[in-house]
Write a protein that binds this ligand. Structure first.
Ligand code: FAD
Ligand code: NAP
Length: 314
């Protein structure tokens, strides 16, 4: 279908930042249109318990995002299942092209495209992606009941994934390149107390080893970062949890970026280097990267766009 839709505020992304922007922009009577992208609900749909969303001692990530979507809809935000493939910020109204064939024009744009999982870039990692190599324990953990698993990384995601995977696996080896985890204290404590988890310090993944027929993982070869010694660890699943990169491809040549691809915003605001374009959430934040901070920035972006649009009419 090829059609052109005009909106006062186009929100790109459906994580906590996008949906919160949708709630606030709707309540400001801006009749926003939100494009969800390939991952409706964003990163939290790939996790289980969320324990730091204020007001919920514990909530399942996917449930929280369903509630946020319903909230934005109830306030009047139009939610569209499409992916923006091209965005022109050089003239107003701004123009976005959707994978569906629809062209969206907008007086203001809120970018909330978040971040995506990083991979190590090894050929064997690529070869076994979807056949034993994964970046999402929630999605794929169930396949490894009673099996041995390795998790790569030392941040909150790696530790949470390792803990979650003990629900299925007989043993989880957490492979980290240093001997210090950057995860929160409470998660480290849980990890250390869990008898199914064995940390392997100062090691990096060298190669995923497996069979072609049937395609599957049999072991990993890991290297000691100081001695270079190689060790082979038998496992059926490899979970790569080495962080996320900002999804800024749409704007990389159009907006100022910082810290390796995050969209730069003016301090204390969501204004980008192009007037009328606002950015919120993990796309702009290399430091906090939390659901609650993303939601807060979504609110700021909606309010900033409201003020900016009002100023254009003066
Ligand atoms: P995201 O959630 O990354 O959403 C980005 C959205 O943009 C997606 O909907 C995607 O479809 C859309 N998008 C991308 N490109 C396009 C495009 N071209 N066109 C249209 N749409 C597009 N934080 C916590 O506070 N507590 C936790 O317990 C917690 N657990 C986590 C567990 C895991 C496994 C992970 C990976 C993260 C976790 N986080 C947690 C971090 C939290 O998920 C993020 O900080 C938060 O989701 C960022 O929100 P966001 O709205 O900026 O973007
Ligand atoms: P992260 O905090 O950036 O941690 C990435 C980890 O992977 C680090 O330990 C890093 O090692 C390691 N690493 C990076 N590149 C590597 C490579 N090439 N080879 C080997 N190891 C590598 O990423 P994250 O854990 O995905 O967390 C992202 C954000 O989401 C954080 O802000 C986090 O707080 C948030 N989050 C929060 C929760 C929660 O609140 N419960 C849960 C999940 C995520 P070094 O330590 O040596 O750098």
């Amino acid at each position: 279908m090829t059609e052109t839709r005009h909106t006062k505020v186009l929100i790109i992304g459906s994580g906590p930042a996008g949906y919160t922007a949708g709630v606030y922009a709707s309540r400001a009577m801006l009749e926003p249109l939100l494009v969800q992208g390939i991952e409706p609900g964003g990163q939290l749909t790939t996790t289980t318990e969320v324990e730091n969303w204020p007001g919920d001692t514990e909530v399942q990530g996917p449930d929280l995002m369903v509630r946020m979507e319903a909230h934005a809809k109830a306030m009047g935000c139009e939610i569209v299942g499409d992916i923006i493939t091209d965005l022109d910020l050089s003239r107003r109204p701004f123009t976005a092209r959707g994978d569906s064939g629809t062209t969206y024009t907008a007086d203001a744009v809120i970018l909330a495209t978040g971040a995506r999982a990083k991979w190590l870039g090894l050929p064997s990692e690529e070869a076994f992606k979807g056949f034993g190599v994964s970046a999402c324990a929630t999605c794929d953990g169930f396949f490894y009941r009673g099996q041995e698993i390795v998790v790569i990384g030392g941040g909150n995601t790696a530790v949470e994934e390792a803990l979650f995977l003990t629900n299925f696996a007989s043993k989880v080896t957490l492979i980290h390149r240093r001997d210090e985890l950057r995860a929160e204290r409470i998660l480290i404590d849980r990890l250390m107390k869990n008898e199914k988890i064995e940390p392997l310090w100062h090691h990096v993944l060298e190669e995923v080893v497996g069979t072609d027929n049937p395609k599957g993982v049999e072991s990993v070869r890991v290297k000691h970062v100081e001695t270079g010694e190689i060790t082979e660890i038998p496992c059926k699943g490899v979970f790569v949890a080495i962080g996320h990169a900002p999804a800024s491809e749409l704007v990389k040549d159009q907006l100022d970026l910082h810290n390796g691809g995050y969209v730069q915003v003016k301090p204390g605001s969501t204004e980008t280097s192009v007037p009328g374009v606002f950015a919120a959430g993990d796309l702009t934040d290399h430091k906090y990267r939390q659901a609650v901070t993303s939601a807060g920035m979504g609110c700021m972006a909606a309010l900033d766009s409201e003020h900016w649009l009002a100023a254009q009419q003066d």
